[in-house]
Design a protein around this ligand. Structure first.
Ligand SMILES: Cc1cc2nc3c(=O)[nH]c(=O)nc-3n(C[C@H](O)[C@H](O)[C@H](O)COP(=O)(O)O)c2cc1C
Length: 339
C-alpha cells in the first residue's frame, strides 16, 4: 500500500501529469479504469499569482484557472505546480490549498501539491524551472521548504534521474530533508528526454536513499512492466503516462495482475466504443470547437493498430467538427461489427 498524507492507495497506481492530455475527462476515465490517484497538468505558479493580481474572475478568462479547477469526485488528485521562485511557488500553493484565488470554482482542495522538477522542455528549463532545478539542488530545496511551510497539504515532488548524469539519489535526500512527503522518479536524465529505455537502478537507489514513499515512472506499457519495476526497485507505486494514452485499461490490467486475476484486453469494437464515449464526455466539458481539436490525438491513440487506422486517423486529423469525428468512429465501428 502507498500512503501519501492521509491518502491510501491499495496498489499504488498513479496516472502521470500530462500537459495538453490529462484533462478532467481523461483523468476521470483513467480513474474509472483503476488509476487510484491522478495529477493535474502542470500549472505555472507565477501565472496563477499574476492572475490573482489582475483579478481575473472566471475560469474561461484564464487557462491557468481552468487547469487548477478540480472537483470532489476527482479525488484523490494532486495539483502540480512548476516554477523556481520559492515565494511564487509558496503563494500559489497556498492559493490552491485555500481555494482563495480569483475565479476559483473548485469545490475541494487537492490531495497534495506536486512540484514539477522533471519537465525537459527548453522553454521551461530556460527559465530555471522543471528539470533545470535538478542542476540547482539548493534552489530546489528552497522551493520545497517554502511550499512545505505555506501549506498543510502533503507536498510531493516529481524528479528525473538527473540533468545529464544520475544525481537523483542525493537530490532526493535533499528534497526529503526540505519537506517532501513523496518522491516520484522518472528514470531518465533530462539529456535523455524521452528516449526509449529507463534505468531502473536509479529508482532503486532513490528508494534506498530516502524514507518517504517513492513512486517509479518510465516506460510502463503493461502489467509485466509495472511488476518488473516494483520488484527490481522496491518502489511503493508506479506512475503511468504514455502507456495510458488511448489505453486507460492499463490500470485494470495491472490491478488484475496484482490480484492474480485473469484479464483480457479490449476488442477493437470495445476500443472504438470507448473512444466514442471519451469524445462525447469531452463535448460535455468543453465547447465543440475545443473538444474536437483536443480529442483528435486521443482518438488516434485509441484506434492505433486497427484495420483502416491510417486512413481513419488522417480523416480525424482534418475533421472540422464533432459530427465529422463521430461519423468516422461510427464507420469504423460498423466495419468491426460486421466482421
Ligand atoms: C505529452 C506529455 C506531457 C507531459 N506533461 C507533464 C507535466 O505536465 N508534468 C510532468 O511532471 N510531467 C509531464 N510529462 C512527463 C510524464 O509525466 C512522464 O514522466 C514521462 O512521460 C515518462 O513516463 P512514461 O514513460 O510512462 O511516458 C509529460 C509527458 C508527455 C509525453
Amino acid at each position: 500500500m502507498l500512503k501519501i498524507g492521509n491518502t491510501e492507495l491499495k496498489h499504488g497506481l498513479l496516472l502521470a501529469p500530462l500537459a495538453g492530455v490529462s484533462d478532467r475527462t481523461f483523468r476521470n476515465i483513467c480513474r474509472e479504469h483503476g488509476a487510484e490517484y491522478t495529477v493535474s497538468e502542470m500549472i505555472s505558479a507565477k501565472a496563477l499569482c499574476y492572475d490573482q493580481l489582475s483579478r481575473k474572475k472566471a475560469a474561461e478568462e484564464s487557462a491557468t484557472l481552468e487547469l487548477a479547477t478540480i472537483f470532489k469526485g476527482e479525488m484523490p488528485i494532486a495539483i502540480q505546480l512548476f516554477g523556481c521562485e520559492p515565494e511564487f511557488m509558496a503563494r500559489a500553493a497556498k492559493l490552491i490549498e485555500e481555494r482563495s484565488y480569483c475565479g476559483c470554482v473548485s469545490d475541494t482542495a487537492p490531495a497534495a501539491i506536486d512540484i514539477n522538477m522533471g519537465c525537459p522542455v527548453r522553454k521551461i528549463v530556460g527559465n530555471g524551472e522543471g528539470s533545470a532545478l535538478m542542476r540547482s539542488p539548493e534552489v530546489a530545496a528552497a522551493v520545497v521548504s517554502a511550499v512545505r511551510a505555506a501549506v498543510s497539504l502533503p507536498v510531493t515532488v516529481k524528479i528525473r534521474a538527473g540533468w545529464d548524469s544520475v544525481t537523483a539519489p542525493e537530490f532526493a535526500k535533499r528534497i526529503e530533508a526540505a519537506g517532501a512527503d513523496m518522491i516520484c522518479v522518472h528514470a531518465r536524465t533530462r539529456e535523455q528526454m524521452y528516449l526509449p529505455g529507463v534505468d531502473l537502478s536509479v529508482i532503486e537507489a532513490v528508494k534506498r536513499s530516502v524514507s518517504v514513499p517513492v513512486v517509479g515512472n518510465g516506460d510502463i506499457y503493461s502489467a509485466e512492466d509495472a511488476i518488473n519495476m516494483m520488484r527490481q526497485t522496491g518502489c511503493d507505486g508506479v506512475m503511468i503516462a504514455r502507456g495510458a494514452l488511448g489505453n486507460p485499461w492499463i490500470f485494470t490490467e495491472i490491478a488484475a495482475a496484482f490480484e492474480s486475476r485473469e484479464w483480457t484486453s479490449p476488442t477493437p469494437a470495445e476500443r472504438l466504443l470507448a473512444a466514442r464515449e471519451h469524445f462525447v464526455r469531452m463535448l460535455d466539458d468543453k465547447s465543440d470547437r475545443r473538444a474536437t481539436a483536443e480529442a483528435k490525438k486521443h482518438i488516434a491513440w485509441y484506434i492505433k493498430g486497427m484495420n483502416g487506422a491510417a486512413a481513419a486517423r488522417a480523416a480525424v486529423m482534418t475533421a472540422q467538427d464533432s459530427e465529422e469525428i463521430l461519423a468516422i468512429i461510427d464507420k469504423l465501428l460498423f466495419a468491426e461489427e460486421r466482421k
